[in-house]
Design a protein around this ligand. Structure first.
Ligand code: NAP
Length: 277
């Protein structure tokens, strides 16, 4: 059984480990380190996984190393491992860090390493995430499969064939929860403006978002969201008036511009990390 180690045991790693052990993974094959010993002890007790005292020991012991620290400390953590240890043959490194390119990580770790880059999003913390996964074309399929298996512990995986598409994933599912939260915010404000109290407005908006998402999910293979929208839009009815108003105000352009701004920023951040030697 391959051993899987997590460097960094914060929010995201804890969610992935939780998903793994409640699925098919034996906690005995999972290892973790963290700079906070109390956090590590809690996670070990909760999930029955192994803990280690150093990142070097974790990399030596584990076949798969999940890099789950904040992007800002990633370089220093990799740099602190000796080149012999981090460049051991046949290791698979899976990064969940936002904004650090696969090629940048590979340069920091070493040429022997296989590095697969993933981009999860915040709903992964409750098992309802979307994770983009990018592996170089020559990556062994069993390593890609293993990564899919690990990341699907916290939701849905989307495999992309070019690394730049992880910037697209970042702009859609990475930043996307905030777009939906913002739509909820403004709809709650409108509901309050039309007389509902705050509690009722919030319940109505969140319940509607959940219901609409569940309908779209249930019919994902048969009906596109556009068809679902048309089905609930009766001629000359209330929905038609609202949709016409959104379209007249250029809702498509507004969203497209925002998503493109997030995409460009994702590329800029990745370029900044790439400058670190
Ligand atoms: N949370 C999200 O929604 C989300 C979404 C997409 C991607 N991500 C990515 O996931 C990664 C982790 O994010 P997170 O939210 O889980 O962060 P987090 O809660 O801060 O977890 C990172 C953990 O790493 C520990 N750490 C720091 N230095 C370490 C070292 N030298 N050795 C071992 N552990 C060390 C931190 O300990 P201290 O607290 O003591 O520093 C912390 O417990 C990030 O790269 C982020 O970009 C997160």
């Amino acid at each position: 059984m391959e051993k899987i180690g997590f460097i960094g045991c914060g929010n995201m790693a804890a969610s992935i480990i939780g998903g793994m052990v409640s699925g098919d993974f034996d906690p005995k094959i999972i290892y973790a380190t963290d700079s906070d010993n109390a956090k590590l002890a809690d996670i070990s007790e909760k999930f029955g996984i192994n803990t280690l005292n150093s990142n070097a020991e974790l990399v030596s012991v584990c076949d798969i190393v999940v890099l789950a620290v904040k992007p800002q400390v990633m370089h220093d953590i990799i740099d602190a491992l000796s080149p012999e240890i981090r460049n051991l043959k046949n290791k698979l490194y899976i990064s969940i860090a936002a904004g650090i390119k696969q090629s940048t990580l590979k340069r920091w770790i070493g040429e022997n390493a296989t590095v697969i880059r993933t981009m999860p999003n915040t709903p992964s913390l409750i098992g309802k995430g979307v994770t983009g996964i990018y592996a170089e074309q020559n990556t062994a399929s069993e390593k890609v499969e293993k990564t899919i298996q690990i990341m699907s512990a916290v939701g849905t995986d989307i495999i992309v064939k070019e690394e730049r598409l992880l910037d697209t994933i970042t702009a859609i599912s990475g930043s996307g929860p905030a777009y939906y939260f913002m739509v909820m915010e403004v709809m709650i404000d409108s509901a309050i403006g039309l007389g509902l109290d705050k509690e009722s407005a919030t319940k109505a908006v969140i319940g509607t978002a959940l219901g609409a998402a569940a309908m779209a999910q249930a019919q994902i293979n048969e009906t596109a969201p556009a068809a679902l929208r048309k089905n609930v839009t009766s001629p000359n009815g209330t929905t038609e008036k609202a949709i016409a108003s959104f379209q007249a105000d250029g809702i498509g352009t507004v969203f497209d511009k925002a998503v493109n701004a997030a995409y460009s920023r994702s590329q800029e951040l990745a370029d900044d990390f790439d400058k670190v030697k």
